[in-house]
Write a protein that binds this ligand. Sequence first.
Ligand code: SF4
Ligand code: SF4
Length: 204
Amino acid sequence: MNTETILKILQERIHSTIVATIGDDGHPQVRAIDIMLIEDGKPIFLTARGKAFYDQLISQQFIALSGVKEGCSISLRGKVRSADSALLEKAFEQNPYMQTIYPGITRKALEMFELYEGQGEYFDLNFRPIYRQSFTIGGAEKNKWQYTVTSACSGCGLCLDICPQHCIERIGKKVRIQPEHCLHCGLCFERCLHKAVVPTDESK
Ligand code: SF4
Ligand code: SF4
């Protein structure tokens, strides 16, 4: 699935996401934020200047968000900045419910933001085995964390039955994990007597 399709799902199908920042006390804070638009591959959202969230966006310039709908989830974390204020009118046109929340000129309290660079993950529990896919926006480096099987694998097959998604396959005398179907549950890691299953970040 290409990134454009994933972002379309985020904005149209999921729409409401939970967005995390860090509060003044140093602990995470979350709130529900709707993705108003996708512009040039960037999720666009808004908030009012009077909110603590607004101050955190300005000072931290970074968020993590996650949205779930009918077994399909998308998570994205990355850099944010102010977006073109002209997008406010477009956001209200495409999301008419906003006109009752901020009627008339009260919309002037709102500021537009864009998530312009970040790492994301698409996760779909409607398939068996489950389907997951990493993606990026704005040229960020892909998150390549996953479980992999090293050359220490003896081919004993102990890990095959314990995998809840049956996404470990035999390749010759060894095995391979299919990363697009892996839950990251770690059961194969715990089971392998040869320590052949390792959590890895291929970007390192
Ligand atoms: S349990 Fe370990 S050694 Fe055995 S097949 Fe799985 S990865 Fe290879
Ligand atoms: S981490 Fe879990 S889901 Fe992924 S391959 Fe290992 S046992 Fe299967």
